[in-house]
Design a protein around this ligand. Structure first.
Ligand code: FRU
Length: 494
């Protein structure tokens, strides 16, 4: 075992006491200590879910990146394992960047990741990026002696070696390993390249350009994923530096999703629909796995990459994952739902039916909390015209609140954490279009101390948002312009 790996494992185990003492989310994975960004190597191996993460143990800032490691039997409760990869080879000496994992037919856990090495000959000191592999037994991983297995210098002219990263690997039906990798090209802009290996990941050849940006969505794409679901092919990727377009795309780094078909002959994706995967300010670098029972599950880094240095609360760790979400595709749209395993954590249901809401702000007995699963069905009042506005405030006390507001005639949902107590200039508001169908709006809100994830109309529209509001802010209130009825079910998750 290399010195950097021994050091990381020792350091995190000494720091492990902190895990216990610190206020952390209950149901969202945080790093064992230090910094966390993207989910990596999300996979099922030897009867457990494995989730690795971009990890810098020694500080709560991004630094030479390792792969942290955790396992779970239900995708909700995670147990830490020792650091899996450390930057300890020439090709990854400045970081083991994002990648993925697959279980091979011979029962090994196969990792593919990007090695990052600062190029001191480059005037901008950018990082040269190669693809590398490691195999292991679920705890210890050996990097392949002949890494890198894909070096951008062997790719077509125009390939940008400083922007070639984040392999997502899978096993095809004929037993070959496939990998989709994001790549900038001087001539063509961002491309997603498809690679194939028929010798267990040692040699790779570029099969095709799976998809191209053509200057539409952000600048560079990162962390791509590609899979088949409910009759459609789906691409998910993070787009850097996006430009806002109505409520469809938001500025900054966001994850988008394309659905379409796949042309076998050219091995390329034929795009039909494109959308933002999560309209909240805090969701990036999504990655999926397929469960043994066939579900496609997405997890993301619940953080806006632009605001990592903007927090006011500080702990010995930074960063959290989203709740894993079950994906389905309907009419070319992706729907997201918290994994069903979360339901086994529900306690003490509080149920209300047909609560009348109008201009007065009301609170419902027992409907409050910061670690809860809350389901709300908003129904228009059939005796009156439709309401003009529905407002729900949460994580609220006399000083603070965050809110969700729906304007049915504009078919718009607005979320805000402007009054949540944050002291820094962060993105605090987002809007998304939500159709007003049959006078109904369904909201599911997961609160877990430092975040909320909101699933609208069975996951057609989703918002993820981190919160720094003090824990005593637990109230939830409802109010409307006009008249409406609410069905409310609330569960504790703590
Ligand atoms: C996305 C990303 C990836 C890269 C990793 C480095 O957040 O920039 O493209 O592999 O983070 O930590």
């Amino acid at each position: 075992m290399s010195q950097p790996l021994i050091r990381a494992r020792k350091y995190e185990s000494l720091d492990a006491q902190l895990e216990e003492q610190e206020l952390r989310p209950l149901l969202h994975l945080t790093p064992r200590t230090g910094w966390l960004n993207d989910p990596n190597g999300f996979s099922w191996y030897q009867g457990q879910y494995h989730l690795f993460y971009q990890y810098y143990p020694y500080d709560t800032k991004w630094g030479p990146i390792h792969w942290g490691h955790a396992v779970s039997s239900d995708l909700i409760s995670w147990k830490y394992l020792p650091t899996a990869l450390a930057p300890d080879e020439e090709y990854d000496q400045d970081g083991c960047f994002s990648g993925s994992a697959v279980t091979t037919p011979d029962g090994t856990h196969f990792l593919m990741y990007t090695g990052f090495r600062i190029d001191y000959n480059d005037p901008y000191k950018r990082g040269y990026q190669t693809q590398n592999i490691a195999v292991g037994n679920g705890i210890d991983y050996m990097k392949f002696q002949d890494n890198p297995v894909i070096d951008p210098k062997n790719l077509p002219e125009g390939t940008d070696p400083y922007n070639f990263r984040d392999p997502k690997v899978w096993l095809s039906d004929d037993g070959a390993l496939c990998s989709v990798i994001a790549c900038a090209n001087k001539k063509y802009g961002t491309q997603l390249l498809l690679f194939e290996s028929t010798d267990s990941g040692v040699h790779w050849h570029q099969k095709s350009v799976l998809a191209e940006n053509k200057d539409r969505i952000g600048i560079m794409w990162e962390c791509p994923d590609f899979f088949f679901l409910d009759g459609k092919y789906v691409i998910i990727a993070g787009a850097m530096d996006m430009q806002e377009q109505g409520n469809v795309f938001h500025s900054g780094n966001n994850v988008f999703c394309m659905t379409g078909s796949y042309d076998l002959k050219s091995a390329s994706f034929l795009e039909e629909k494109i959308c933002t995967l999560d309209h909240g300010p805090d969701f990036y670098a999504g990655q999926t796995l397929q469960t043994p029972d066939g579900r496609r599950i997405l997890i993301g880094w619940m953080q806006n990459p632009d605001t990592t240095d903007k927090r006011t609360v500080s702990f010995s760790y930074f960063g959290q994952m989203s709740i894993p979400r079950e994906l389905t595709v309907r009419d070319g749209r992706i729907l997201q739902k918290p994994v069903r395993e979360l339901e086994t954590y529900r306690k003490d249901p509080i149920v209300y039916q047909r609560v009348h809401i109008s201009s007065e702000t009301i609170q419902l007995d027992g409907v409050s909390g910061r670690v809860i699963d809350l389901m709300i069905r908003v129904q228009m009042d059939n005796c009156t015209d439709t309401y003009q506005m529905f407002r729900m405030q949460f994580a609220k006390n006399a000083s603070f609140y965050s809110e969700l507001v729906y304007y049915p005639d504009q078919e718009r949902i607005h979320i805000s954490r402007t009054h949540s107590g944050i002291r820094r200039a962060m993105i605090s508001e987002r809007d998304a279009t939500v159709k007003f169908v049959d006078g109904l709006l369904n909201i599911r809100m997961i609160l877990d101390r430092f975040s909320t994830e909101i699933f609208i109309n069975n996951g057609e529209t989703v918002f993820s948002m981190t919160l720094e509001t003090e824990m005593s802010a637990k109230d939830i209130t409802f109010q409307a312009n006009g008249s409406l009825f609410l069905d409310v079910t609330k569960y504790r998750l703590d």
